[in-house]
Design a protein around this ligand. Structure first.
Ligand SMILES: *[C@@H]1O[C@H](CO)[C@@H](O)[C@H](O)[C@H]1NC(C)=O
Ligand SMILES: *[C@@H]1O[C@H](CO)[C@@H](O)[C@H](O)[C@H]1NC(C)=O
Length: 102
């Protein structure tokens, strides 16, 4: 039991700084990279940089574990033709209605 708690603390120490860094909504996303519960519940969609705003990611459930913890990852999605991802609104918006941040 003590070993388990120590392991858990180590995991929290490793993940803590990353979780904080990802709270910036301009951070974008990488396909299949881990995302947090906060991103899943509060942010949901983020621009995928380097796609000319044609792609974005959705923070989706990767797995639910036996101890009821859930892990999440970014899944790539594409905006439909004539639209691009508008980071300020967090949705695909008509091209020309905003400036793509890349
Ligand atoms: C990015 O998208 C805009 C709007 O669709 C387009 O005008 C531009 O040529 C694209 N740029 C690149 C590098 O694909
Ligand atoms: C999105 O577009 C990219 C590049 O064209 C493509 O490789 C990818 O399969 C598309 N993803 C989806 C979910 O349509």
């Amino acid at each position: 039991m003590k070993l388990l708690l120590t392991g858990l603390l180590a995991v929290m120490l490793v993940w803590g700084p990353q979780t904080r860094a990802q709270k910036d909504t301009s951070a974008g996303c990488r396909e299949r990279a881990t995302c947090s519960k906060h991103e899943h519940d509060q942010i949901r969609l983020r621009l995928m940089h380097g796609t000319n705003c044609t792609s974005f990611c959705h923070c989706a459930t990767l797995a639910t574990h036996d101890d009821a913890t859930v892990t999440y990852h970014w899944v790539r999605q594409n905006c439909s033709l004539g639209t691009q991802f508008d980071s300020s609104k967090g949705v695909c918006n008509h091209v020309g209605h905003f400036v793509c941040e890349h």
